[in-house]
Design a protein around this ligand. Sequence first.
Ligand code: NDP
Ligand code: ZN
Length: 354
Amino acid sequence: MKGYGMFCIGKPGWLEKELPACGPLDALIRPTVVAPCSSDTHAMHGGAGEKRNRILGHEAVGVVTETGALVTKFQPGDTVVVPCTTPDWLAPGVQNPVSFAHDERPMGSFKFLSSKDGVFAERFHVNQADANLVKLPEGIAPEAALMTVDMMSTGFHGAELAEIGFGDTVVVIGIGPVGLMAAAGAALAGAGRLIAVGTRPNCVRAAKEYGATDIISYKDGDIVQQVMALTGSGADRVIVAGGNQNTLGQAVAMTRETGIIANVNFFDAQDVLSFPALHWGLGMANKTIRGGFCPGGARRIEKLLAMIANGRIDPTKIISHRFQGFAAIEEAFALMDQKTPDLIKPVVFCGDLD
Ligand code: NDP
Ligand code: ZN
């Protein structure tokens, strides 16, 4: 079968692979709609360490083509939503209720592209299908469901980690697709003033639609000063969903005493995250710093789908480009890599892969 991925760091392309094996608890899936993510391009550039001949992609809705002997809830022909994080539910790490992202090791539940081939393939493998797959509910468009598996789950996790209370002043740093879902999640969680940091015009427009009350640009000078000018004493909560190794320090500086900084941005292994002690209230200001990874598993995705079904959110506003045909994964991936000014999130409708 064919799959789009990386030959090695910096070399993306089409790979030829054997069909994956389906274990007794597992399923094989034919993708119908997929989306590239910043984490795919990040991995291609080496951000996830050395990888060779690895199919990329971790956001998919598809059709079950094969199930293992012990799978009871799914059968070939079912259309399913596939969480990007598919924990091994027997591993002790997932019994920690804070996040299901860390089964056997930190972020171990993120298996696609990280420890096995991803979803940009004619067929891909899902472990423990009964606990990790969700049937596509009637009335929800596949592209809307696709936005739950990573963008909503990760962005909303930023809002969850930030423990937003009614009326809190919240800053979301970065309004790519992840930050936009963090902003939407913060608004739904009760933010009062909601300040978003970013510049791409599409993203700025979407941020306002999702509830941002103020937009500031990191290109117009120090964002800490801009937040201080708007708020006087800083934000109650800051969600980091973009930026560079200086951004965490800026987030700490713009957070008021007793506030929470919640990070969902991927930093590079060589980044050094540091800030002056004064910005952390000399260690006495009770400012909490957290970082988390996209929660997964079926129940998580069912809950996010319920938010779409009940009209709480329309995540398709973040879809800026729609491609037709499996071969278009290459073009969509290149677009994600270049981050053109009109880009938010591209999706690819795979077409007939039988
Ligand atoms: P994008 O690149 O689309 O968006 C990044 C945002 O950050 C943009 O709004 C950009 O502004 C802004 N930005 C860039 N530089 C700065 C800066 N110096 N200061 C402040 N803001 C800045 O990324 P995505 O939304 O796709 O992903 C965001 C991050 O989340 C990535 O690191 C990704 O790998 C990570 N991620 C994490 C997951 C998790 O589980 N924790 C899961 C999925 C993704 P502009 O508008 O100018 O472009
Ligand atoms: Zn992702």
